[in-house]
Design a protein around this ligand. Structure first.
Ligand SMILES: Nc1ncnc2c1ncn2[C@@H]1O[C@H](COP(=O)(O)OP(=O)(O)O)[C@@H](O)[C@H]1O
Ligand SMILES: [Mg+2]
Length: 303
């Protein structure tokens, strides 16, 4: 009884602040979490991002139930990639939830539409939920999670939090670790794969460092987005820094944000030092081959 009242008050508070939070519908609680859990297609199943090249880098996709951290400075495309991951999930029959502390629903619907993603239609079809809330409400809800009803309602398999760094502003560093750990563990017990966005500061060079936040230990996978300056132009690089229990591509790949979302392309094979922020052109295969050929010819001449 007390729990129900507490939850009710959370939703009321959200409504008063005129932010939309998805309210528990009448048709919920028809399936338990145990049933949600058994929906996987067995061993070897991967949670596909639907971005072919990224799935290739992940050797098929994320591991089911894993907590993934997507890090990058402002404007690197975290929100775009995260929404794309959810939209593609819906296409693959895996409903998703997008939790944001940053933006208002209308803005998100509009931005997503520009990429060709109709989030409102997905919500009407009960395949997607947008949850706009405040970090405070999220933290207060504790184990009696604010998200549980929504997870049940759409039988969600994927959940994005945009962003964990926003949550950090409301708590001390130590409390943040505890809260983030509790959240990740909670979602795991629900059989939900989570993607936690992390806005790293805009420092040139070693901006890949999510270890600063002291949170890298609690996630299973880290995908980092980083702007790199190459020959006076700004390019975008994506790299998988860690993936527990799986092989993955260790190379940096270039990506673009297009009108259809994030597009991952080829590795930056011609440059070295991108991680440190001072790239230098490395020898191309072609140049290396012709050099080897000339060297062999020269050697022959002198033998
Ligand atoms: N419809 C669009 N078409 C192409 N590029 C876009 C579009 N919308 C946004 N972008 C690009 O995406 C960038 C912002 O991406 P976003 O996902 O909001 O980044 P982040 O969440 O990391 O701050 C913009 O700076 C812009 O370059
Ligand atoms: Mg964003």
């Amino acid at each position: 009884m007390e729990t129900a009242l507490r939850r009710e008050s959370h939703f009321k508070t959200v409504r008063v602040s005129e932010q939309k939070v998805t309210t528990p519908g009448e048709k919920t609680r028809t399936r338990g979490f145990d049933q949600l859990f058994s929906g996987d297609a067995g061993e070897g199943f991967r949670v596909k991002t639907g971005i072919v090249e990224l799935d290739e880098m992940l050797r098929g996709g994320f591991m089911p139930g894993d907590a993934v951290m997507l890090s990058g400075s402002a404007g690197t495309g975290k929100t775009t990639l995260a929404l794309q991951y959810l939209v593609n999930g819906v296409k693959l029959g895996e409903p998703g939830i997008y939790v944001t502390f940053e933006e208002l629903p209308d803005q998100i619907y509009r931005d997503a539409k520009n990429f060709g993603w109709d989030l409102q239609r997905m919500e009407e079809e009960d395949k997607f939920r947008l949850v706009c809330t405040s970090p405070n409400l999220m933290l207060e809800s504790g184990d009696d999670s604010l998200l549980d009803d929504v997870i049940r309602e759409v039988q969600s398999r994927r959940l994005v939090i945009d962003s964990l760094s926003h949550l950090e502003m409301f708590v001390t560093k130590d409390a943040m670790r505890t809260e983030a750990y509790r959240l990740v563990r909670h979602l795991k017990t629900r059989g939900v794969s989570s993607m936690l966005l992390w806005e790293s500061p805009q420092i040139s060079g070693a901006a890949f460092n999510v270890a600063d936040a002291g949170l890298s230990f609690l996630v299973d996978c880290i995908v980092a987005l980083k702007p790199v300056e190459i020959e006076s132009s700004l390019r975008r690089a994506l790299v998988i820094l860690k993936m527990r229990g799986s092989d993955h591509d260790k190379r940096l790949r270039e990506y673009e944000i297009t009108s259809h979302g994030v597009l991952v392309s080829t590795p930056f094979s011609q440059y070295e030092g991108l991680m440190s922020g001072s790239p230098t052109r490395s020898m191309t295969d072609e140049a290396a081959n012709s050099w080897a050929f000339a060297f062999a010819k020269n050697k022959q001449k002198h033998s």
